[in-house]
Design a protein around this ligand. Structure first.
Ligand code: PEP
Length: 257
């Protein structure tokens, strides 16, 4: 049986300047122990402008915390004003990059095709994409959450070979639960995360599907994480608001305690 190390990733969104980022990572570093890192992989996803500061801290102090970006360009370089490439993120030793977060899809018109190009760009530069998928409230009310999410998954993974797919992280984030305080029930999370793993097994193989980590995201807090993590197909969480409080994020990392 494959054992998947849970991944707890803090999506800071557009919060914390580079000085606040340093203080924040220092607090996490001070609190987290080898026992935590043995049980769970911990990552922070700061804004682009914080990444160099976080890298300096992590490198300098040999911290076990991972970090990554919240987006990347589908292009590697060139006349794309305002964009940041996978090559630039790789140079800063980012481990992860989120692709297709619902806020990118909603406010920046990102489609499954864009996401697919970004997933490919991430892999070209050795970054692990965290591909975000999940339905809005109207789709959930219509009971179409599984079909909708699987269509996003198929679109994002188009032409991605099995050996790359085996290393990707999928974040199931029902849009109606993001930043709303409205958390999906553990059963809701399992229904879609289980279906995602089923689709990955169909498209690739059971072996590949068993390797892929599937996170839940949407109003995760220390008070609800244990029940969500108890679901067989949930392998971690993408945490927004609650990750801005280091003490709360550490409690989420220690969901087993
Ligand atoms: C997110 O930003 O991916 C997220 C899940 O946010 P929140 O935890 O605040 O709902």
């Amino acid at each position: 049986m494959t054992t998947r190390t849970p991944l707890m990733a803090g999506n800071w969104k557009m919060n914390l300047n580079h000085l606040e980022a340093i203080a924040h990572v220092q607090k996490l570093a001070f609190a987290l122990t080898d026992k935590d890192y043995d049980a769970v992989e911990v990552a922070v996803l700061p804004p682009f402008t914080d990444l160099r500061s976080v890298q300096t801290l992590v490198d300098g102090d040999k911290l076990k915390i991972k970090y990554g970006a919240q987006d990347l360009s589908a292009h590697d370089s060139g006349a794309y004003t305002g964009e940041i490439s996978g090559a630039m993120l790789a140079k800063l030793k980012c481990a992860y990059v989120t692709v297709g977060h619902s806020e990118r899809r909603q406010y920046h018109g990102e489609t499954d095709t864009t996401c697919n190009e970004k997933v490919k760009a991430a892999f070209r530069h050795g970054l692990t994409p965290i591909l975000c998928v999940g339905e809005g409230l109207d789709v959930r009310k219509a009971g179409d959450q599984v079909a909708y999410t699987l269509a996003q998954l198929d679109g994002g993974l188009k032409d991605i070979p099995a050996e790359q797919a085996a290393t990707i992280v999928i974040a199931y984030e029902p849009v109606w639960a993001i930043g709303t305080g409205e958390v999906a029930t553990p059963e809701d999370a399992q229904e879609v995360c289980g279906a995602v793993r089923g689709r990955l097994a169909e498209v690739y193989s059971q072996d590949v599907a068993d390797k892929i980590r599937i996170q839940y995201g949407g109003s995760v807090k220390s008070g609800n994480i244990a029940a969500i993590m108890a679901q067989p197909d949930v392998d971690g969480a993408l945490v927004g608001g609650a990750s801005l409080d280091p003490e709360e994020f550490v409690k989420i990392v220690r969901f087993r305690d």
